[in-house]
Design a protein around this ligand. Sequence first.
Ligand code: KQY
Length: 360
Amino acid sequence: MSETPREAGFAMPAEWAPHAGCWMIWPERPDNWRLGGKPAQAAFVAVASAIARFEPVTMLVSARQYENARAMLPPAVRVVEMSTNDSWARDVGCSFLLGPDGALGGVDWPFNAWGGLKGGLYFPWDLDDQVARKMLELAGGRRFRAPLVIEGGAIHVDGEGTALVAAQCVLNENRNENVTRQDMERMLKDYLGASQIVWLGQGVPGDETDGHIDNLACFVRPGVVLLSWCDDPADPHYTVSRDAEARLKDARDAKGRMIQVERIPMPAPLYYTAEEAAGVDATASGMNRRAGERMAASYVNFYIANGAVIAPCFGTMTDAPARAVLARLFPGREIVMVPAREILLGGGNIHCITQQQARA
Ligand code: KQY
């Protein structure tokens, strides 16, 4: 058996800890991004440009799109050629770790496109599964290949030994058959350097990742979790958000603290328009877009950069209250909201398309 990060003295820092930079992947897949990816590319440029004001950004780009991406991105963004199947750096990238004397490491999570042949979103996913290894080579970090399939968007950590997950996702049979909660806890503790796992139940309804935690809830500092909240009893997220709050209030973190729950409103319901759905190539993949289908929108799906929070906005009446919540919870950081509907149309949001590289 190879050494685990925990055995080697590595752990995943909180997202608010200092970053060396941020990694992203350029969108181009026409069965996920409408109109050949052009509107999504503009949205990714806006996100990369916003983050680049605060920390270095690396954009991984296919050979085919290299010139286009280089031309669209500001000079401050480093563009590196890499083959991928799609553009979800949170999920296919490594989760960076720090170890003894500030050594850089990273978890390379086995990836199966959110469910493999049992409801996964595309096939093949072999290029995506190699991204974490390649990132760690470029960054000069020690690689720890995990023994179970999960994605970076399925975990959040507080940097003090606590990890937050949703059972719907990390115990899903389409990631690992017959995995027990104990198996998963052991693996998460070993690979994140954690000592306490806080379990939520379901993720945001309609989330095509089977309930990634990064769309539902996140730590904003040790002992405090921000939860996407719904007050409409007719909305399926009403029950999900209440259940999540109850579980958080019952839980203790790695330091034995009770968890303070902060609520952020979920965006007013957002649906694919007929034009948006028609702009996506139809394939046999799991990503069939239909007009009128509800999207799993959430303000929790933000990226914490050095000195800033880069958060999605949707042009809805909930944008301003959401910004106010973030400003209150992150008093030392600039809140930068970026229009993110085009990212949401692809099934995720700003946290899903970014990956922080830790700095000692
Ligand atoms: O939310 C994410 N972390 C990824 C979503 C993938 C959607 C693929 N269409």
